[in-house]
Design a protein around this ligand. Structure first.
Ligand SMILES: Nc1nc2c(ncn2[C@@H]2O[C@H](COP(=O)(O)OP(=O)(O)OP(=O)(O)O)[C@@H](O)[C@H]2O)c(=O)[nH]1
Ligand SMILES: O=C(O)[C@H](O)COP(=O)(O)O
Length: 189
């Protein structure tokens, strides 16, 4: 069986979810993002082909089953490039803000990457990149930021995987409303 390493990037607490500032106080944004990150890590831990789960963040997160890798402040893309260069084998990157993520979502993404070399999941608007699975070890220039999906998809051949657990990230108040309306969110958070 292929052995994957998963990386979950998580920003410094004070910098998270500024786009939710109109509906959530700073402390609530930290609570929500900590919980979503723990949820994503727990899901990744349940996938048998994922050997290591790494949390890339400026400080460790308590009560989660991930190895901590320090974010040295170079920016998300440079930090991920450094992590990727230091690892052998297949790499999965999953954003920490996917409250509906479930094990079959990750299994589907990894299966697609193992078939075609790479797999990628966008947000529900088709703009951002919520997860990318790199099986082929071909070079990639990480381009997380606005419009990253098209940029990542244009590099090499990647299979697009569309599943609600992968596509619902919580960036704006309407994303939070969609998440809150689901049974899965209420059970997990
Ligand atoms: N370690 C690390 N993680 C990051 C960095 N930038 C973004 N992330 C994480 O990458 C994922 C997607 O980031 P964003 O959606 O841009 O983060 P955000 O918290 O929504 O930011 P806002 O634009 O303030 O609302 C989240 O899991 C972030 O915590 C970074 O520089 N370092
Ligand atoms: O490439 C991305 O998706 C960025 O990390 C941010 O996207 P977002 O604004 O959709 O979270």
């Amino acid at each position: 069986m292929v052995s994957w390493t998963a990386v979950v990037p998580l920003k410094a607490a004070a910098a998270r979810k500024t786009r939710l500032a109109s509906v959530l106080a700073p402390e609530a944004r930290v609570v929500l993002t900590d919980r979503m990150a723990r949820h994503v890590i727990a899901v990744l831990r349940q996938v048998r082909s994922i050997e290591r789960v790494l949390l890339l963040s400026p400080v460790p997160l308590s009560a989660c089953d991930a190895e901590w890798i320090e974010d040295r402040g170079a920016g998300l893309n440079a930090e991920l490039a450094r992590v990727y260069a230091g690892l052998d084998g297949a790499l999965l990157i999953v954003h920490a803000d996917l409250p509906l993520l479930a094990t079959p979502d990750i299994s589907a993404l990894l299966a697609a990457a193992e078939n075609s070399g790479r797999a990628i999941a966008s947000d529900r608007h088709g703009r951002g990149t919520n997860a990318i699975a790199l099986f082929d070890r071909q070079p990639i220039v990480f381009a997380f930021g606005p419009g990253s999906f098209l940029n990542h998809a244009a590099q090499g051949t990647a299979t697009r995987v569309r599943r609600s657990g992968l596509s619902l990230d919580v960036d704006f108040p309407d994303d939070l409303a969609v998440a809150l309306a689901t049974q899965e969110f209420l059970q997990a958070h």
